[in-house]
Design a binder for this molecule. Structure first.
Ligand SMILES: [Zn+2]
Ligand SMILES: [Zn+2]
Length: 480
């Protein structure tokens, strides 16, 4: 992916309207910043805003110095960061004044993403008041339960899902209060590029989100875990955090594609054949932020898992396309079958003959569960092993035995071992990379040693000095 994509993600719109902090020192956390304001101090009382408990920029780790002049509810370090947020923020900024009067004491401010985009105002993303009723749960605990009815219409309770978001997916820092993203399971899956949610997300990476989605805020993570939910008002900063979650969760975006301030690890993206042009790479070295959902879903690839290579997999559908909205056609589109990931990701490790194969469309990102670097060439060799060693043997076995789906286990077991794969790797690597004798000597993941420590998420994020300790010792490793 080119760095161009990063710029495409958040186009700025309109001329910036900026409120300047005339007294930077008044902001908590900014006492070390002696840089004077570049704009002459104004006598207008409105130009000074109240110190905010969170003085940081909404879009980057910087200290905030300006805010949106219209709503005064979001803060940025610079015009650049403000512009990055402009397209999304303008949607809710205009509604901010109209969403100040609480209808009843039980209502809390939330944000609603409708199912579709229509001209009608009812189908735009909007701030709303969500009613919470005090209910007794099964254990007799008193809980505050959101009343969705109107938003989710006919969707029954069992079709609802929720994600609890504690940390910013992009900024790698804890949110002031956790967010709950409530959605309908049935309505989430969509490769329609033009629904209300995808309208402001980057659909090159996120073909999945649709609507209706309601985002609301909780007082604390404890109140969620203890099932004694205490809702609080969402603010406009939360809108950006919710977008960042939607933009990165179940996403194929890597750190060069999105705003990313998290630590990264080496991973591999297998691009969907149907989504790539002829000269595009299929196996691609990428760096994955530690906030990537692959590290929370922990889905180990079946065949590498059997071999004792703990490779995590994150699957996503192929690129959204036009108004083709037939999910059956979408799942089993032969034209877009992707053998690279089908062979790796075949569930339960069984093999089927070509004629019976249910190919998987779309792409995957892969990373090692233990955080060690994973390189495209290693995955490519694994794929070659499955394609050229496992698959033909299994197909042959089917024919001989007449089994239709699962192959005879003795052959399968003898071939799906790490030892068998390592022999194949050693014997055939120069067959696959005959003109690339140096590059394939990149570290075989098993041989890579870390100095000490681990790349597991830490809180707070490591300092640059600490980070240096986590660098890989891996002769020949090439930085992307
Ligand atoms: Zn910033
Ligand atoms: Zn605003």
């Amino acid at each position: 992916m080119s760095s161009q994509s990063k710029m495409d993600t958040f186009e700025s719109s309109g001329s910036p309207s900026v409120r300047v902090v005339t007294s930077v020192d008044a902001l908590p956390g900014s006492s070390n910043d002696s840089e004077p304001s570049t704009v002459a101090a104004s006598t207008d009382e409105d130009m000074v805003f109240e110190p905010d408990p969170d003085p940081r920029c909404l879009m980057c780790p910087g200290t905030s110095k300006i805010s949106c002049q219209k709503c005064n509810a979001v803060r940025y370090c610079s015009l650049e960061c403000k512009d990055l947020d402009a397209t999304a923020h303008s949607i809710v900024c205009e509604q901010w004044d109209d969403c100040q009067d609480r209808p009843e004491p039980t209502f809390r401010r939330a944000i609603y993403f409708p199912d579709e985009v229509l001209d009608d105002i009812a189908y735009t993303i909007r701030l709303m008041w969500l009613d919470f009723w005090i209910c007794k749960d099964e254990d007799g605990k008193m809980n505050q339960v959101p009343q969705f009815g109107q938003q989710f219409g006919h969707i029954t309770m069992k079709d609802r899902r929720r994600h609890v978001v504690k940390n910013s997916a992009v900024l790698f820092r804890k949110l002031r209060h956790p967010l709950v993203i409530a959605r309908c399971k049935r309505h989430t899956w969509s490769h329609l590029a033009y629904n209300a949610v995808n309208r402001i997300l980057d659909t090159r990476f996120i073909p999945e989100w649709r609507g209706p989605i309601v985002v609301y805020a909780a007082e604390s993570i404890e109140s969620i875990e203890a099932s004694s939910f205490i809702p609080v008002d969402m603010d406009l900063q939360d809108f950006r955090h919710a977008l960042d979650f939607l933009n990165t969760y179940r996403s194929n975006a890597v750190h060069t594609d999105i705003r990313c301030f998290a630590e990264t690890v080496h991973g591999v993206r297998i691009n969907c054949i149907g989504d790539t042009d002829d000269d595009d790479v299929i196996f691609e070295n990428v760096r994955l932020p530690l906030t990537h959902a692959i590290f929370t879903t922990q889905q180990v690839l079946p065949i590498p898992g059997l071999m004792g290579i703990p490779i995590l997999c994150h699957h996503y559908p192929r690129r959204p396309e036009g108004d083709d909205d037939d999910p059956d056609d979408y799942e089993h589109n032969w034209e877009y079958r992707d053998l690279a990931q089908t062979w790796l990701a075949m569930p339960d490790g069984s093999f089927v003959h070509y004629d019976n194969a249910g190919y998987v469309a779309g792409s995957v990102v892969l990373a090692r569960k233990d955080g060690k670097p994973l390189f495209a060439k290693h995955v490519h060799m694994l794929w070659n092993y499955i394609r050229n060693e496992l698959e033909p043997r299994m197909t042959e076995a089917f024919k001989m035995t007449g089994f239709s789906i699962v192959s005879p286990s003795n052959i399968f077991n003898s071939l799906t071992t790490r030892e068998a794969f390592e022999v194949f790797y050693a014997n055939t690597v120069d067959l696959y990379y005959p003109n690339d004798l140096e590059d394939w000597r990149r570290p075989w993941p098993y041989a890579v040693k870390r100095r000490y420590g681990s790349l597991k998420r830490t809180s707070p994020p490591p300092t640059p000095q600490q980070r240096a300790k986590y660098e890989w010792i891996s002769e020949g490793e090439i930085e992307d």
